[in-house]
Design a protein around this ligand. Structure first.
Ligand code: PAF
Length: 269
């Protein structure tokens, strides 16, 4: 694996590769990332992974500074998975140039996490746009756990008529149905047990809704999550993935965001 910290050197290296796949990350790699990377390595000519903790997508400095960093372990994983290139830029390497594309933030950004994390999606699209202008990949692989992010990046790519295929990848879960997430490294044992309880509550709730044994009642489910150990619940919403609206048919995903201690967790199933 070749490591680049400078975009000019990276571009020189990859300029003749016309089929490169890209997996953007903020490091602290876990089984979810591994699954995206394995898929990319299997299905493409060359794979490039980026590690860049993007300050512009965090609402506050404390959260940015405390984002988990496991660089040595990340390198081990990337080598094991036979990634061709790692791009680990500095802040200025990413932000010291004028972009060609216009940042497009679709109105779906106003829902779900958009109501609780001001400027977050604009920050995500800004950095992903810069990364794709530098790398010019044919494909970008993104996880369905962050469905809203995935959708908004796809819309930005379409709006700018970029020739990049967005490949949605399935969410990888542990034996307790918890989606892998870098931030979960910050939970202690007690908080981990609470997370297991909370996900169990949410799964039961969704199953009962589908079997029509219960009705959608945000306040009740919120109370149940707080009781199970959540510190704060940002939202729990049912969304039809086709219309991105409240479901009119019995096919939907349950989207949610809550805090355990200082750790914010999002998922949908
Ligand atoms: O999902 C993430 O890790 C980040 O939001 C991304 C896509 C790498 C942009 O910083």
């Amino acid at each position: 694996m070749k490591l680049f910290t400078n975009k000019k050197k990276l571009q020189k290296e990859i300029k003749n590769i016309n089929n490169i796949s890209f997996v953007p990350t903020m490091g602290a790699l876990h089984k979810g990332h591994e699954s995206l990377i394995k898929k990319s390595v299997k299905e493409s000519n060359k794979t490039i992974v980026s590690i860049f903790v993007n300050p512009k997508q965090f609402e506050n400095k404390k959260d940015f500074n405390s984002y988990p960093k496991t660089y040595k372990n990340d390198i081990k994983i990337l080598k094991k998975l036979k990634v061709n290139y790692l791009y680990k830029p500095s802040y200025s390497d990413i932000y010291n140039f004028r972009t060609k594309n216009k940042i497009f933030v679709d109105k779906f950004s106003k829902k779900l996490c958009g109501q609780h994390r001001k400027g977050h999606f604009k920050g995500v699209i800004n950095v992903v746009n810069r990364l794709i202008e530098i790398i010019k990949p044919k494909k970008i692989l993104l996880g369905k756990k962050d469905f809203q992010q995935l959708y908004l990046i796809k819309k930005h790519i379409e709006k700018n008529r970029l020739n990049i295929k967005v490949v949605p990848c399935k969410t990888i879960r542990d034996k307790n149905f918890i989606a892998y997430s870098s931030r979960l490294r910050k939970l202690n044992r007690y908080q981990n047990l609470n997370l297991i309880k909370i996900i169990k509550v949410l799964r039961n709730y969704k199953n009962n809704l589908i079997c029509k044994k219960t009705r959608y009642n945000f306040n009740k489910i919120k109370r149940d999550l707080l009781y199970a150990g959540a510190k704060k619940v940002d939202y729990i919403e049912l969304i039809d993935l086709k219309t991105l609206k409240k479901p009119k048919r019995n096919v939907y995903n349950l989207f949610f965001a809550f805090y355990i201690g200082k750790v914010r967790f999002i998922d949908n199933f």
